[in-house]
Write a protein of this length. Sequence first.
Length: 387
Amino acid sequence: MTASKANPDTACPKCGAAVEYGAHFCGECGTRVEHVAPLLALAPERTPSPVADPVALGNKSYSKARSVDKLVGRTLNGRYLIEKKIGEGGFGAVFKGKQLATGREVALKILHPHNVGDATVVARFRREAEACSKLRDPHTVITYDFDETEDGVLFLAMELLSGKSLQQLQKAEGTFAPLRVLDILDQVGQALGEAHRLGIVHRDMKPENVMIETRNGQDHVKVLDFGIAKILSGDAARGPALTAIGQTVGTLEFMSPEQLRGKALDGRSDIYALGMMTFEMLTGQLPFKNAKSSTEVIEFHLHKQAPAPSQMRDDLKIPAFVDEVVLKMVAKKPEDRHANVEEMRDHIAKVISDADGAVKRKEIMRVAAVVGGLLLVVATAVYFLSR
C-alpha cells in the first residue's frame, strides 16, 4: 500500500515525497519520518501462542524480580541447571547451563524480568524460537528447547559455542586476509541459504551475530540471533510485525536501502548487510567511515555508491576479484545484487578458482622461464666444450 502525497501523515516533512506505510525514512532525501502509520495496525490478527503470553507473564512473580543474576543455581522445569552468566544485553542474559537428562552443556537465553511483560520483546523472543526451530544447517546455532516456567521465566536452550564473535575477532586481530574473508562469507551464505529457502530473512546480520570457532585449525562459522527474523512463509508469516511508530528493525550500519525505506524484504537484504560486514573484515572500516551522524549513514545507504575495498586500503593489496564480489553485494538496487546467497557463493567459488588458475599459470610461466634459462646455459656450455 502506497501513501498519497496529499496526506500529511504519510508524506516526508522535508521534501513532501510520498512515503510508504511502515517506512521510517524518506526514500528521496533520507529524513526520518515519525508519523507513518504503524505496521502493527496493518498486520492481520493472529491467535497468540499459549506459550509466552506477555500479559500472563507480566502478572507472574519473575516479572517482579530485580535481577536475572539470582537465577544461577536454579533448575528450569526440572530439565536445565543454570550454572553461570556468560553474557548480557538489553533484552536478556545468556547463561552456561546443563541439560540434566543428557549432561549436555547448553546456552540458556533468558529474558530480563522487566521484559517479560513487553509484548514486542516477547514476540521477538518467540520469533527467534520459531525461526531457529526450522533450521538445521551446521553453520546455524542449534536451538534445543523453548519454554516457560510456572513463575514466568521465559528461556531458550541453545547450542553452547566455544568461539568468539566476529566483532571480538576483528577487535583482537584487525583486518582479515581476503581468502579468509571469502571463506567466512561462504559459510555464512550456507546458513542463510537454508533460512531463505524456508522463507526466513534474518534482518539483523552484523559482526555480533556471527560466531567463529576453530575446528581442525580452520574457521567454523555459526550464525545466531534470529530474534527479528522475518518469516515469509507458513503460519508465522501471518503473525504481527515487530515494528511500531519510530522503530527501525535492524542495525543502522548494516541495513539495506529497502530495509530503511520499510519495503518488503527478501534474502537480498541480508546479502547487503553481509557486504557491509565484509568491508570491516577486509579494511577495518565501514564504507561510510567519515559519516558524522546517523542521517549521513542513512544518506549513504540510500544514495551513495560504496567505494571498492581496495580503494579504502590500498596498502593491503586487496585483489580486484574480491572488490568485484563485495561491490555486487552492496548494490543499491536489490536486482543489481546476487539474486540469492547460492549465486553469491557460486560467484565466490568462481573468482577463487579463476584466481587460483591465474596463479598456477603464472607459476608455470615462471618455471618455464627458469627451465628455459637453464637449458640455454647448458646448451652454451656444451657448445664451448665441444670446440
